[in-house]
Design a protein. Structure first.
Length: 254
């Protein structure tokens, strides 16, 4: 399937699934993909958030449907992806964006913190990727895009579980690039830095000042700036990008 030749960033006719699409980076990515011409299935455990994002896409002339789903539920995800393909005929782009954060120092990390974070952030990406690949493989085309984080590269106070889950995303992305590349399916990850979302705005002011002091751009990023990178990686312009982890962090590496 090829995007319009006159615009290599066009995703016209392609079908995307975005998990965690109800707010923040997921909502921004869903909207950007729709603006580029994709049909977008917005998936979120928060039914209201998924519905809101899909409606906002529709208001500006895009096409979207919404689903409430838990990304760790293999059976539900398989059925959901089957519904998407039944509705639009294919599944070309998967954005594994769903995630949770459980902040705690290593002394205080509970078994539940660890299990929940790894389950949603890492196993959820496996569940969704495994289901998506079954549809992509038949067409010998697909884009698997996953949310990593600067935390996996640089660390962050109180984020043992989150850092582990995002490091897993980076490693699995490289594995999937090797396994799926020969079948026309690429796998890449995006590693945002400090982004102005609901989670980002909850950081204490003193900590925020320290983070911005270590960010050459001198500000928080915008969810739309991360979404733009997802659109690029989903497009024909990124056809030879595979196994990459793209930082969107304003230059903040450590």
């Amino acid at each position: 399937m090829s995007a319009a030749s006159e615009n290599p960033l066009s995703l016209k006719g392609r079908v995307a699934v975005v998990t965690g699409g109800g707010r923040g980076i997921g909502a921004a990515t869903s909207k950007r993909l729709a603006e580029a011409g994709a049909f977008v299935a917005v998936v979120d455990q928060d039914a209201g958030g998924a519905t809101r994002t899909a409606k906002e896409i529709g208001v500006v002339g895009g096409e979207a449907i919404h689903f409430q789903a838990d990304v760790t539920d293999s059976f539900a995800i398989e059925r959901l992806f089957d519904q998407v393909v039944h509705e639009w005929g294919s599944l070309d782009i998967l954005v594994n964006n769903a995630g949770i954060v459980r902040e705690a120092r290593i002394d205080d990390v509970t078994e539940q913190d660890w299990t929940d974070t790894l389950d949603v952030n890492a196993r959820g990406a496996v569940v969704c990727t495994r289901a998506a690949v079954q549809h992509m493989r038949a067409r010998r085309f697909g884009r698997i895009l996953s949310a990593a984080s600067i935390v996996a590269r640089a660390g962050s106070f109180g984020q043992t579980s989150y850092a582990a889950s995002k490091a897993a995303i980076m490693g699995m992305t490289r594995v999937w690039a090797r396994e799926l590349g020969p079948e026309g399916i690429t796998a890449n990850a995006v590693a945002p830095g400090f982004i102005d979302t609901e989670v980002g705005r909850s950081v204490p002011e003193a900590a925020l000042r320290q983070i911005l002091a270590r960010t050459p751009a001198g500000r928080m990023g915008r969810a739309e700036e991360v979404a733009n990178v997802y659109v690029f990686l989903a497009s024909d312009l990124a056809s030879f990008v595979n196994g990459a982890v793209v930082g969107v962090d304003g230059g903040r590496r450590l």
